[in-house]
Design a protein around this ligand. Sequence first.
Ligand code: PMP
Length: 399
Amino acid sequence: MPVDDFSLSANSITGESTLVYQDVARQVQKTKGIRIINFGIGQPDFPTFARIREAAKKSLDEGFTGYTSAYGIDELRQKIAEHLSSKYESVRKEEVIVTPGAKTALYLAFLLYINPGDEVIIFDPSFYSYAEVVKMLGGVPVYVKMKFNESTGFSLNLSELESKINKKTKMIVLNNPHNPTGMVFDPIEIEKLMEITKEKKVLLLSDEIYDYFIYEGKMKSVLEDPDWRDYVIYVNGFSKTFSMTGWRLGYVVAKEKVIKKMAEIAANIYTCPTSFAQKGALAAFESFDEVKEMISLFKKRRDIMYEELKKIKGIQVHKSQGAFYMFPFIGEILKKANLTVKDFSLKLIEEKGVTTIPGEVFPLEVGKDFVRLSFAVREDDIREGIKRMKEFIDMLMTP
Ligand code: PMP
């Protein structure tokens, strides 16, 4: 058999990864010598907090290097349960599984429920990997287009969502705060979504990985519902809040029976999350002062990026309230310059050394008029990058 005769699952992956744009940037830096300003990044721009690093090192030195339980270590499951119970409705240790990153948590959630032909409702725009995994499992992503308004941002468009629920619908995927738009959705909208989900008897997969990145307003978690066990699969992780992307640690909260099933699958796929990384994560729960400091720094950066973007003619931008992304509308500019958003991002790297992610990566239609910029970048680089972007757009607009 030819080695490139891949399975249907493997061939179902069609989306373009954000990494492509980082590769182009590296090439531009090498050949043109332009210093790259990277707004394409999806992680905090500094090392994991010292306390966490020390705890992991200590556990390594003490020889904590073997397999752990497929559920993750007991102390960490307990800490996660206590932490969530202090903020929301009560969660028990048995209702938590620790996974190698939030992506694996999401993968387990989809794997547990999706049969070929099952429909999964995904908002457009959304984090690209939801739709890819659904397709990989033979499921069908059904997109609900969010509505954009410069002053209020994106709304979930629940009337369209309701009309798309049918007998084949298994699950709705929610991400709040939201990548790529930076929205923290209105708590009333989230409550309505939860009601619809319960009424229609579908599952709600809620990815709340940016829950600490909130600059204004209040976020409604699905775990605030005392009935969450009946319909919620909750995903979170350590990557963003504690700047631990490379540690690969996430978790799922769901009814105990669901978690047991996930552990059976985990035992056959990856055995367990990394042992000493889990010990490090225990110390994350003593690091909320550092998290607070990071969030106030990010808030300042967000304000600068917003003010600078607003100065560019033709751009419409809503000030994001969460995550670390700004998602400006550049539809008018693209139309005038006769460019696709992908060409816009590529040319911006090539001409000015500024990396952005074209909105259509997330994952379909709506993003075609938007670009994603991360403000997990130094203040002076935010100013310099937006200045270069303005020069580029001025150049495009000059006949
Ligand atoms: N969900 C969302 C919305 C994300 O933005 C990301 C990371 N970009 C993830 C999940 C994956 O997180 P992890 O690194 O823990 O796998």
